[in-house]
Design a protein around this ligand. Structure first.
Ligand SMILES: O=C(O)CCC(=O)C(=O)O
Ligand SMILES: [Fe+2]
Length: 206
């Protein structure tokens, strides 16, 4: 089974009904306790987020990021759980990251794949190839704002503790799917925490 079939086979997984991309949602993938433990790790290790191309806008991605790889047994267990659930090979995975958004912070509309015509494509993709699947998990619920909006299919996903999102950044022919464009919208009240795990076409060097 490929990743989409593996995801669709789980009970309680919703496939967002669009022919334009493969986007899956699983509520309660993690419980509140698992989420709280990861939030605590993000809080101690966070740093300003970076971006491969901000298109000249320094406010494009205003959140903070935390590298979680090797951060202990809770993270190892989380990675194993993601691999088991998606069927994706952890050898293809970039190091898992946490993201923290305070009030007013966001990640403007972007795609997770690297633009093949972009200036940094060679640098970012020469070893491991293009990004394939994105797996993202909301670790809490901000008091207002912070939804993830997929513009071209007009789908907005609300943050909910433990909810997993997974989508294929590539089309069936292996080329980037522009319909994966998404916006981590501004948090209006409270704080938002997520983890993101990106997978590649070829193994990530470790
Ligand atoms: O925080 C979100 O809702 C989206 C995060 C995201 O798109 C990313 O980290 O690539
Ligand atoms: Fe993204």
């Amino acid at each position: 089974m490929d990743t989409a079939q593996t995801l669709a086979a789980h009970q309680g997984v919703q496939k967002v009904p669009s022919p334009k991309l493969d986007l899956f949602i699983k509520r309660g993938f993690l419980d509140a306790e698992e989420c709280a433990a990861i939030v605590a790790l993000i809080d101690v290790n966070r740093r300003p987020s970076t971006i491969s191309d901000d298109m000249g806008d320094k406010y494009f991605r205003t959140s903070e990021t935390c590298d979680l790889e090797g951060a202990g047994p809770a993270i190892a267990a989380l990675e194993a759980k993601i691999a088991a659930f998606t069927g994706l090979d952890l050898a293809l995975g970039e190091p898992i990251q946490g993201q923290r958004y305070a009030v007013g912070q966001e990640f403007k509309a972007h795609t997770d794949y690297f633009e093949p015509s972009g200036e940094g494509f060679q640098r970012y993709c020469q070893d491991s190839g293009q990004r394939t699947w994105t797996v993202m998990i909301y670790l809490n619920e901000p008091d207002a704002g912070g939804a993830t909006r997929f513009k071209t299919i007009d789908k907005t996903v609300q943050p909910e503790t433990g909810k997993l999102l997974a989508w294929n950044n590539l089309k069936p022919d292996g080329r980037p799917n522009v319909n994966t464009l998404h916006h981590g919208m501004k948090v209006r009240a409270g704080t938002k925490y997520v983890i993101t795990k990106w997978f590649r076409e070829r193994p990530w060097p470790r």
